[in-house]
Design a protein. Structure first.
Length: 120
C-alpha cells in the first residue's frame, strides 16, 4: 500500500516551538496548517474512482434531471481538471463515454434517488 511521504509531527512541532502553548485562538490556525498539510498529502495518494467523479459532476448541476451528454461532458471537464493537476485517476486511460457505457453504467448511476439521467 502507498501512504505517501511520511510527515513527522514531532519535526513539525520542533519547527514551530511553543505552538502547543499558545492561547487557543492563536494555536488553532497553526494546527489547521498541520491538518491542511495532512489532508493535502492524503489527497495526493488517494485515487479518484469513476463513481465519485460522476457523482460530483451530477451534483454540480443542482438539477433533478440531467441529460446524459451533459453529464458526460461535465465528467470529462472534471477529469481533465484533475489530470492537469496530476491527480491519480482510476481508469485514467478511458474517456467518460468509455467508462459510462455498457451494462454496468446504468446500474451504477441509475439507482440515484436524488435525480435522473436522461438520454434526450
Amino acid at each position: 500500500m502507498n501512504f505517501g511521504t511520511p510527515l513527522s509531527v514531532r519535526s513539525w512541532l520542533a519547527d514551530r516551538p511553543g505552538v502547543l502553548d499558545l492561547p487557543r485562538e492563536e494555536r488553532l490556525p497553526r494546527m489547521q496548517e498541520l491538518a491542511d498539510t495532512m489532508l493535502q498529502r492524503i489527497g495526493d495518494v488517494i485515487p479518484v474512482t469513476p463513481v465519485p467523479l460522476a457523482a460530483a459532476a451530477l451534483l454540480s448541476f443542482g438539477e433533478t434531471l440531467v441529460r446524459r451528454a451533459d453529464l458526460l461532458d461535465r465528467i470529462g471537464a472534471y477529469r481533465e481538471h484533475l489530470l492537469e493537476r496530476d491527480a491519480k485517476l482510476v481508469h485514467a486511460e478511458r474517456t467518460p463515454r468509455q467508462s459510462w457505457s455498457g451494462p454496468g453504467a446504468r446500474s451504477a448511476c441509475g439507482g440515484c434517488s436524488r435525480g435522473r439521467v436522461t438520454h434526450s
